[in-house]
Design a protein around this ligand. Structure first.
Ligand code: NAI
Length: 808
């Protein structure tokens, strides 16, 4: 058996790589050109047409492996020693696979032939093999380089993998992920290939080459015009949705609900049809478009997922697939062989909306869009939904539900499916693939993280770890405001003691410890409330994570009751300076709670922190306006979903006050990119602290003047670079960065090494003083989060160079 248990951090064996095609004709070998050379003429489209993989019956590359003749030569040779060489080999494999058999290439393009399907699969396998080789060798940094190819409108997927300065495969040979590698879609089929058809921006040459003349309007436009066209389409959708919502409200139907769906669907359709235009649009105004592709719209989208017709969106793996998950993963990998981060959900805790089962796929899809908006190559991100049943009756009984109609699996079968999925993903993409967990149930979140970490799988849970980093960043921003005491002098009351708030509490304690506060004293400053009430030492139902923060019950406070109604009493008893909500109880911070909080402040000039982290908007503990009104204008506010700015009478000289959006989107793209760039084998506390400090460092004086304690989400791309650099450096300090070998995922290792060697020794808060980065194998001097010098600049430059900029 080729998959047994989770592999250790080693490159997959060559055995896993499908054999390369048999021969490359001379003309094909010449097809890999050097940058700057004229493009080699593409093969005549009609000479190598095969049925695109995407429309074939599902037969995995693994099956194709078995069908290959025994005489097929082995996979790309082990003597390939550089990213460029690997890329050349990849090109050769693809070219050979695409043109090796003249008798088949004479078939007309639109007539599927059964034996051609198997050839098609072999071509896909050949490229995937080369791609895996490339990943194993750590040469995938230039995977970010897809922009120019996208702009050219052709060959984006494969050409995107070329190291800078390396030869580029002619697009007609490589084809696109949408149609399968090696295929040459033409005419009607090319019209449906988003890597070729860029709408009116499709160049004359591409129209001629792919038989698109007459299939598109004659006018050829600049890509920027297509972005403007998309903006107009979204605006029209918003106007229509608002009018429909208003009409429903007038009819007494409540209105509002689902009003975001029309613009969401418009944008998602654009993402499938023209990825470059979609990301160019979103990147040019992140603040405007983020709410339409992420929270809160993505919540409405998940609720309505069964009627949205999204396709293709991500990989779906159900309990029924146990035993053959590798085949499913390979099916996907044939079209997206360069994924570096898999975003997995089991759909159990979708935002604050509960168990939505298979409809939770909307969340990884939304996260993938945010990664791209932040400049992380969207082709790096693989959204995955694990369908293990659903316990919400209304969802399962919906005739349009797309998942298994059965109660949620909680037994060993759940973990077997997780293990099999992770093994299959690592097998297809390499052991460096980062597993990003998203919106899993509270009971599974910590065990899943520990399970994968204990097996050496690079992983993080966004809701626990990225939320912790962004909330700590907001706290660091808040303490820069007058009237807010330093964190070590504050008392924190966390309303909700799940993944989000427990993660924040733990990281906050790490920050306090880094400031010299004794760990026990740091825990003393943190109080938790869960659905059973205040977490006190007289309770017998506490998990180990909560028990760490349990304290003696305050005198006069009755046991039980954690809901909004009792919260005011708890606030009065605990007297917190900061109230942080992540309990999914919309409106829990009502006037009584906010009044009690205001009264509890040490002085009339003290400013309480009110963080309403729950998503979507309907689950927020309070709005910005409610927080300001409920505390007489004193609250320093942050929320998971964006609220509009306010002008507050008699405060700030009439300037608008801007609420901070404490959403993990400010952290996870950089955290993911930093892990990939450094080949991190694990996410450490030091890396999370570094991420928090990097985000806090971007909060400007202007932001703070507006009382916004975090950088605006409009700076998502900048945040991603800064966080990635900080995370990569901290990974080196904590000795979890890879030297670019076995993990195969390191893309900025050289400048990271330079940063390490050019900086004075220090350590991230969790790394022992004097620790060596990259493990003993590399043996450089230790470095710190605040490393400076040419190496640091080079690292950031490298990360900036990797940013996905679709139209540049
Ligand atoms: P979770 O399910 O792990 O935890 C929820 C917690 O709230 C549990 O401790 C539960 O006991 C408590 N709770 C529920 N009802 C309560 C009540 N009536 N009174 C007191 N406590 C109650 O969920 P998780 O992952 O912690 O997420 C919670 C919320 O935070 C969700 O709305 C989620 O969307 C949001 N969130 C926001 C993020 C951001 O970036 N702003 C990131 C992660 C989560």
């Amino acid at each position: 058996m080729r998959r047994q248990g989770l592999p250790s951090l080693q490159a997959p064996t060559q055995r896993r790589l499908p054999p390369a095609p048999t021969r490359a004709p001379p003309s094909a070998a010449n097809s890999c050109r050097m940058a700057g050379q004229p493009t080699a003429p593409a093969a005549a489209p009609s000479t190598a047409a095969t049925l695109p993989a995407a429309v074939q019956p599902t037969a995995a590359p693994a099956a194709a492996d078995a069908a290959l003749p025994a005489a097929a030569p082995p996979a790309p040779p082990a003597t390939v020693t550089s990213g460029e060489a690997a890329w050349r080999e990849t090109c050769r494999s693809a070219v050979a696979g695409g043109r090796g058999d003249d008798s088949e290439s004479a078939q007309p393009p639109d007539q599927p032939q059964p034996q051609q399907q198997s050839r098609q699969e072999r071509q896909a396998s050949g490229l995937l093999a080369g791609r895996r080789q490339l990943l194993m060798m750590g040469g995938a940094g230039a995977l970010f380089g897809g922009a120019a190819n996208d702009a050219a409108g052709v060959g984006s997927t494969a050409a995107a993998a070329a190291p800078a300065g390396a030869g580029a495969c002619p697009p007609a040979v490589v084809g696109s992920g949408a149609t399968g590698f090696g295929a040459i879609p033409r005419g009607w089929r090319a019209l449906r290939d988003p890597a070729i058809n860029r709408g009116l921006a499709t160049t004359v040459a591409v129209r001629q080459q792919y038989g698109l003349e007459g299939l598109l309007p004659a006018r050829v436009t600049a890509p920027a015009v297509e972005v403007a066209r998309a903006a107009a389409a979204v605006q029209r959708a918003e106007v229509a949705a608002a009018a429909a919502a208003a009409a429903v409200a007038t009819d007494g139907g409540g209105g509002g609900g689902g009003a975001s769906l029309l613009p969401y669907c418009t944008l998602m359709a654009l993402r499938e049809a023209d990825k470059a235009t979609f990301f160019a649009l979103v990147q040019q105004d992140v603040e405007r478009y983020l709410p339409l592709i992420y929270t809160p719209a993505v919540g409405d989208a998940c609720l309505a997922w069964g009627s949205l017709l999204p396709r293709p969106t991500g990989l779906s793996i159900s309990l029924g697939d146990a035993g053959r998950v590798a085949r499913l993963v390979d099916n996907w990998a044939a079209g997206q062989p360069q994924a570096r981060i898999a975003v997995l959900t089991d759909g159990e805790r979708i935002l604050g909306l509960g168990d939505l089962g298979a409809h939770g796929l909307g969340i990884p899809v939304g996260k993938a869009a945010v990664y791209g908006a932040a400049g992380v190559d969207p082709d790096w991100i693989l959204p995955v939904a694990l369908d293990v049943g659903c316990n919400t009756e209304s969802v399962v009984n919906d005739p349009l539900y797309v998942g298994l109609r059965r109660p949620r699996e909680r037994g060993p079968a759940y973990y077997h499916l997780v293990d099999e999925t992770v093994t299959a993903l690592q097998s297809a993409y390499g052991p460096g693939l980062l597993i990003h967990w998203e919106d899993v149930g509270a009971a599974q979140a910590f065990p899943l993280l520990e399970r994968l970490e204990s097996r050496g799988v690079p992983t993080f849970n966004d809701d626990i770890q990225a939320t912790a980093a962004v909330t700590l960043a907001a706290l660091l921003g808040a303490e820069r405001l007058r009237g807010v005491p330093p964190l070590e002098h504050q008392t924190f009351l966390f309303f909700g003691a799940g993944q989000a708030n427990l993660g924040v509490a733990q990281l906050l304690c790490a920050e306090l410890a880094a400031r010299g506060v004794d760990p026990a004293a740091a825990s003393e400053r943190v109080w938790l409330v869960d659905r059973r009430g205040l977490v006190t030492s007289d309770r017998s139902d506490l998990s180990a994570a909560k028990a760490k923060f349990a304290k003696r019950r305050p005198a006069g406070l009755p046991a039980g009751g954690g809901s909004g109604g009792d919260l005011a009493g708890i606030v009065a008893a605990v007297r917190p300076t900061a109230l942080i909500g992540a309990a999914t109880v919309g409106g829990a911070f009502g006037p009584r709670v906010l009044a009690a909080l205001t009264q509890a402040q040490p002085s009339p000039s003290s400013r309480p922190l009110v963080f309403a982290l729950s998503n979507p908007t309907s689950r927020a503990e309070c709005s910005f306006q409610q927080a300001v009104e409920g505390t007489g204008g004193r609250a320093v506010f942050a929320s998971g979903t964006q609220f509009p700015p306010l002008r507050v009478e008699g405060s700030g000289g009439g300037r608008p006050r801007v609420p901070a959006q404490a959403n993990n989107c400010l952290v996870f793209p950089g955290l993911g990119a930093g892990c990939v760039a450094s080949g991190a084998a694990r996410v450490t506390e030091g890396m999370l602290l570094a991420a928090a400090r990097a985000v806090a460092g971007l909060t400007s004086g202007e932001d703070l003047e507006a009382e916004c304690v975090l950088p605006r989400v409009g700076r998502l791309g900048e945040c991603a670079v800064e966080v990635a650099a900080a995370v990569a450096r901290a990974a080196a300090v904590d000795m979890v960065a890879s030297s670019g070998g076995g993990g195969g995922a390191a893309t900025c290792v050289a400048p990271l090494l330079l940063a390490s060697s050019s900086s004075p020794p220090s350590s991230s808060s969790s790394a022992a003083a004097g620790a060596l980065p990259f493990g003993a194998g590399v043996g450089m001097a230790a470095t710190g989060v605040g490393a400076t010098g040419g190496g640091r600049d080079a690292l950031e430059e490298c990360l900036r160079g990797l940013q996905y900029r679709p139209l540049q």
